[in-house]
Design a protein around this ligand. Sequence first.
Ligand code: NAD
Length: 381
Amino acid sequence: MKALSTIEGEKISMDIFQKINEHEQVVFCNDESTGLKAIIAIHSTKLGPALGGCRMLPYKTVDDALEDVLRLSRGMSYKCAASDVDFGGGKAVIIGDPVKDKSPELFRAFGQFVDSLNGRFYTGTDMGTSPDDFVHALKETNCIVGVDEAYGGSGDSSIPTALGVIYGIQATNQALWGSDQLDGRSYSIQGLGKVGYKVAEQLLEAGADLYVTDINPQAIEHLSEKAKKMGAAIKAVRSDEIYTVPADVFVPCALGGILNDQTIEALQVSSVAGSANNQLLEMRHGQMLQAKGILYAPDYIVNAGGLIQVADELYSPNKDRVLRKTKAIYDTLLSVYHYADEQGITTGEAANYFCEKRMEARSRRNSFFTHDKRPKWAVRN
Ligand code: NAD
């Protein structure tokens, strides 16, 4: 060990092992013929095989890519535990420009690397990749989820994600006001994309008042027309104004890191419940929200509907079961709020504690996932 620190190359390996300390396995994938450079990180298979999407981004350095895949795969372990699906946390990143560097062969090569993990890792679309890309990967491995129904997948996962956000808002309203009614309250929605638009539609249908923002004016126009047809109206505001409007609930459905020193100072809402990943810039921002009396619905619990749907594919897809499990987001959130209140901790801390307890309890029975310990439900492999 001592000698390693004196050899430059070996010192790097030591640093890498420190970096991946919490992770079970990290695989660097290199395929010269297609130009594939990817990293697969398996954080934990204590609850079952690792599950997580694959991002494609033009990372500036391999370190940036590694940092991202380690952080995201860890987050997936918590998200799986919170949603009570029998999967662990994993994630993959492909280093490349999604506009210029994609090819069917590249995704087939990626599929081969996934297959080499022998059922320890299941993946699908994430930022920069689409379900169609994974149709190519599917030719090489069964460990792909979230493709279109025509290819045996479960289709658009933003539908259950949006539904989960609605259940999350209802639970949050219940905790704050003793009633989970959506109407009679106002909501400020940031981002009217796949998830945000559907959430906005459901809130409008419930008779709620909406402030909305999106950098894409077409999204606002569409929603505005929809509202008009329903005899309702929305208030469209500038991107930076969404933090200052006097709504009851802030519903972030666009970017991460939007709960930070500046925005929390400006917020005039009673709660935050939305789909965006990694909403808190830092964990301490959960304390800042709490000090300001704003109830924060931990993002990875609220936005788990899509994960629930892709995980369900591996049990042989069943839409009723997905709905039932997505509905459970309501009760999970209420338990988290109750525990946070009881212990005097933030809701983010309570959510992490809740997930760690689940992982710990299961790990006493499972060590880690291997192919021959494959559960009966893994029907596709
Ligand atoms: P999307 O790309 O379809 O929509 C994002 C929307 O936000 C777009 O309309 C975009 O124009 C808008 N936007 C971007 N920057 C903005 C800004 N500064 N101000 C206002 N609007 C802005 O993405 P999506 O699938 O709807 O996902 C939304 C969020 O939810 C993301 O953070 C995503 O990671 C998270 N999420 C999505 C799913 C899912 O099933 N799609 C699941 C879990 C989490």
